[in-house]
Write a protein that binds this ligand. Sequence first.
Ligand SMILES: *[C@@H]1O[C@H](CO)[C@@H](O)[C@H](O)[C@H]1NC(C)=O
Ligand SMILES: *[C@@H]1O[C@H](CO)[C@@H](O)[C@H](O)[C@H]1NC(C)=O
Length: 367
Amino acid sequence: MDGSLSSGSLVILALMVVAFVSVPLHVEARAFFVFGDSLVDNGNNDFLVTTARADSPPYGIDYPTHRPTGRFSNGLNIPDLISEHMGLESPLPYLNPLLKGDKLLNGANFASAGIGILNDTGVQFLNIIRIWEQLEYLEQYQVRLGDIIGADQARQVVNEGMVLISLGGNDFVNNYYLVPFSARSRQFALPDYVRYLVSEYRNILSKMYDVGARRVLVMGTGPMGCVPAELAQHSRAGECSVELQRASDLFNPQLNDMLKSLNDEKGDQVFVAANTMKMHMDYISNPQAYGFITSKVACCGQGPYNGLGLCTPMSNLCQNRDVYAFWDAFHPSERANRIIVQQMIDGTQNYMSPMNLSTILAIDSKF
Ligand SMILES: *[C@@H]1O[C@H](CO)[C@@H](O)[C@H](O)[C@H]1NC(C)=O
Ligand SMILES: *[C@@H]1O[C@H](CO)[C@@H](O)[C@H](O)[C@H]1NC(C)=O
């Protein structure tokens, strides 16, 4: 009697162990991995010696804690809103010491404000995590997670994860067009520079695939010529900078073609293009239709269009952040981010190609 009971409870114990070990992998939500620049950084730069940081008020004024977090937003940013839609906790910044143990299962945010496709983009910000280093961190992440749940399962978490990447804007604003006659602009005519960027981006995404990413949302550049920083420097009557708009118009279609060709090469729809140019232009060209009083003046800043210098405690600050499309001289407000992410979720193929996030989530849930 005693013997049979104890062997019975051993079996139960064994089943419980099996269940316990496999629970985090199958019941818990999908991991989310974020790469790129300030549009998606959620605090890595706060751990670095860099001038590219959003660590003082009024950044974060509308975040749940009402404090700065390193996000370049008054509140939530694009990856937060994607996490929210998928019912996930936002993954922590990779450099945050709290990212360990179980938290690793949520994924990680590797993004770093100021970086670009090219290694020399953003050098003026000193110590930032360039994209190749972000990819090395993904490999390191996999090893760290593997130490907890085993290498095969860690690989599976990455394979099944959702990935978001935002790159390209800084290669123009903080490199090619940073100063008149920049080294890159003397080296390349704009169309050649764009081709060079896209071919380097292809190498980056190929590497990301090799490391294990299998579902990657790729954001194009926004309307760089229309941000308050550009209006402040180049605009007389609020018109967008022609040269920077031309750069976006050259870059985004070539990015799309490159993603298609990568998908053909991999034989799968791994890379999904988010037409962020169009997502932004909708409300920039018709702000009132989206509930904004302006898409030219930043909520926080100084000078014309509040587009000069940084957003600091001394800057002008608007009362109602929800009626401004731009939070600071470069970055959308949380309200604008919500409009962008809504198009990612259920936009047509003009916004998301080959498919939107709803379709992706429906397909991926079948496995
Ligand atoms: C950028 O840096 C990475 C890692 O240091 C290197 O592998 C890559 O070749 C570099 N890219 C260019 C274009 O120099
Ligand atoms: C995008 O998502 C919605 C679901 O929200 C779906 O009905 C629609 O057909 C999708 N559009 C395209 C073009 O994939």
